[in-house]
Design a protein around this ligand. Structure first.
Ligand SMILES: Nc1ncnc2c1ncn2[C@@H]1O[C@H](COP(=O)(O)OP(=O)(O)OP(=O)(O)O)[C@@H](O)[C@H]1O
Ligand SMILES: [Mg+2]
Length: 237
């Protein structure tokens, strides 16, 4: 379980998050939406152990997150952050220690649908493929939790849908808890079991909306559209 209690994060004189209580149960898929600057990335960075110095608590399975990150947590950023001079295999390897064999790395590359591209350089990949390399890297150590910060926002509509389905498949495989930050309300609702809406500056939780549908889901389902409206109302747009 991923949890924050009364999480307040301040940068110099900016309060990014105030008293945020957030939780994702084991195996739950939670989307986080909110206007730019409300602290979504900050929340993810705290959970990923990338921020030292905050008030309140943040924990994964009861263990407080320590600055420096945990092996059990996979993180994927909006920008795939690949090393341009390194092959796909080398880029995925960055997430692992040296004891991991190339076979294991190649399994992972296979799992993200990039079989045959092990020796390719980032410049030879499409945006969607590069994003999948980042996802493979995020899956290092078989994480219990995947934290994704707008992983699909730079993709065209068609590739985005493809990658969303791909994420659901991968999640089925590894049974991870997922926290997905996104600007895209449609994406948030379609993918998640629950949508947490952050708002304001400093950011606080303004709504927590269940998505009352099993998977696979039909993107045109009335209930998805209704849920989307509830989220949009909470966002005040
Ligand atoms: N390293 C930092 N130093 C100073 N201020 C920061 C830092 N990181 C974030 N902030 C501030 O904290 C607030 C929240 O930023 P954050 O990046 O979490 O927002 P966000 O919701 O992810 O926005 P976006 O949707 O644009 O990505 C903003 O006011 C931002 O300026
Ligand atoms: Mg952000």
């Amino acid at each position: 379980m991923i949890e924050t209690r009364s999480l307040t994060k301040t940068y110099d004189d900016t309060v990014a998050l105030r008293e945020v209580d957030f939780a994702a149960d084991d195996g739950e898929f939670v989307s986080v939406v909110g206007p730019s600057g409300c602290g979504k990335s900050t929340l993810l960075r705290v959970l990923a152990g990338l921020e030292s110095g905050f008030d309140g608590t943040a924990s994964i399975d009861g263990t407080p997150v320590n600055a420096g990150g945990s092996d059990d947590v996979g993180v994927v950023f909006q920008d795939p952050r690949l090393l341009p001079w390194a092959t796909v295999r080398e880029n995925v390897r960055i997430g692992f220690d040296e004891s991991v064999t190339d076979d294991r790395i190649d399994d992972l590359i296979d799992r993200v649908g990039l079989d045959g591209f092990e020796m390719a350089l980032p410049e030879e990949l499409s945006g969607g493929m590069a994003q999948r390399v980042a996802l493979a890297r995020g899956l290092a150590y078989g994480p219990q939790a995947l934290l994704l910060d707008e992983p699909f926002s730079a993709l065209d509509a068609l590739t985005k849908v493809e990658q969303q389905e791909f994420l659901l498949d991968v999640r089925d495989d590894i049974d991870a808890t997922v926290v997905l930050v996104t600007h895209d309300v449609e994406e948030a609702v379609y993918l998640a079991d629950r949508v947490v809406v952050l708002g304001g500056q400093p950011g606080t939780v303004v709504a927590d909306v269940e998505v009352p549908l099993d998977r696979p889901r039909d993107r045109t389902d009335e209930r998805l559209i209704e849920t989307r409206e509830r989220v949009t109302d909470a966002l005040g747009v």
